[in-house]
Design a protein around this ligand. Structure first.
Ligand code: PLP
Length: 379
């Protein structure tokens, strides 16, 4: 008998220890982790993050947002770099998207938001309403009004929904949960131009694509655009709950004193982890290496699975990779786990890989060998 709601389907194993890019279960079995807890422990269980956490836990682990917080300032500066952004900290991706929706509505004085079919933005009312998938909303009554859904990678479908009441366009640059579907470059360039011309805020949800996942700190850097609003979570604190909304500094009046807040947002422990994460990610060559290794993994998979009749496409950006297949996803995930590799699924027909950015070439090869074996068995 469980004392928990059954809103998750849990495999019958528990991880009790981690070492670098490996997880160890309660039976002592070791697994190579190509899932990073769904895109969270992007640096694996790295000693540099652990040391930062240990140092902070020995000092102080929470203060309210009624006092100065130099860790938040430091993390914000590292996230912003040379961009003209200000930061708001929260605890999750859904909350970061709530903040984005709120600031866009308040700053524009308009309510309509164009989101996309098959998108995923979270489970709170606002972020769920932004999500373009009916199954996520079923049974919960009326969604937040004024969200409209365009076709991903289809500018004409966006144009049809634009009105003088449009506050923002909101999207993922690689739709993660629905199948690792990257946006086309032309679509994003044209969409950003359209938003700019019409005075519509462009909100990019980088909850999954951000924090080095695609080989850049932000996926928008691949597309040569600078969104008005960016949301982050997952890899931000490498496993501590943290989210952030970055918005252009011109939006500051919309988030003035008393307008929005969070008790735990920017918590000292989460910020200590985040600061260590950003120091590593922004160190010379780190992200270039992640980009190179992500491409190496994709290439090796393409070679190893080229002749497999049940693999229909391999796609992705950097270390965010989808293997589209006609084989049974549940069986593939289990077969990988039996051989000591943890992978994810996305949508109805994709094996999703979100490995640590710190994988060695040997670990990549080890993962590819296991994936080739399990697909051969299914093929
Ligand atoms: N946005 C995107 C793109 C996501 O992938 C997710 C989670 O998978 C979320 C938002 C929601 O994040 P959280 O579960 O931290 O609320």
């Amino acid at each position: 008998m469980t004392a928990l709601f059954s809103n998750y389907k849990r495999a019958d194993i528990e991880f009790v220890q981690a070492q670098g890019n490996n997880l160890i279960d309660s039976q002592g079995k070791r697994y190579l982790d190509f899932s990073t807890g769904i895109g969270v422990t992007n640096l694996g269980f790295h000693p540099q993050v652990q040391a930062a956490l240990e140092k902070q836990v020995n000092a102080i682990w929470h203060t309210p947002n009624l006092y100065q917080n130099s860790l938040q300032e430091a993390v914000a500066q590292k996230l912003i770099g040379d961009y003209d952004y200000l930061a708001f900290f929260c605890n999750s991706g859904a909350e970061a998207n709530e903040a984005a929706i709120k600031i866009a509505r308040k700053a524009s004085g308009k309510q309509e938001i164009i989101a996309f079919k098959n998108s995923f933005h979270g489970r709170t009312f606002g972020s769920m309403s932004a999500t373009g998938q009916d199954k996520i909303k079923e049974g919960f009554g009326d969604a937040v009004p004024h969200f409209h859904y365009a076709e991903f990678n289809n500018l004409a479908s966006v144009k049809k929904l634009v009105s003088d009441q449009t506050a923002a366009v909101m999207l993922e640059l690689v739709q993660g949960e629905s199948g690792v579907l990257p946006a086309d470059e032309d679509f994003i360039t044209d969409l950003a131009a359209l938003c700019h011309k019409a005075g519509i805020f462009l909100i990019v949800d980088e909850v999954q694509t951000g924090m080095g996942r695609t080989g850049k700190l932000y996926a928008f850097e691949h597309y040569g655009i600078v969104p008005d609003i960016v949301t982050l979570a997952k890899g931000l604190a490498n496993g501590l709950p943290a989210g952030a909304m970055l918005g252009k500094s011109a939006l500051a009046p919309a988030f003035s004193y008393g307008s929005h807040g969070s008790t735990f947002g920017g918590n000292k422990l989460a910020m200590a982890a985040s600061s260590a994460v950003l120091d590593m990610m922004t160190s010379s060559g780190f992200l270039d290496q992640a980009w190179e290794n992500g491409n190496y993994l994709q290439d090796q998979l393409k070679k190893a699975l080229a002749d497999n009749p049940k693999v229909t496409q391999i796609r992705g950006l950097g270390y965010m990779i989808g293997i589209e297949t006609t084989a049974d996803l549940g069986q593939l995930v289990k077969a990988a786990r039996d051989r000591g590799l943890i992978v994810l699924t996305a949508g109805t027909n994709v094996i999703r890989l979100l490995p640590p950015l710190t994988l060695s070439k040997a670990e990549i090869d080890q993962g590819v060998t296991i994936l080739a074996d399990i697909f051969t068995e299914q093929g």
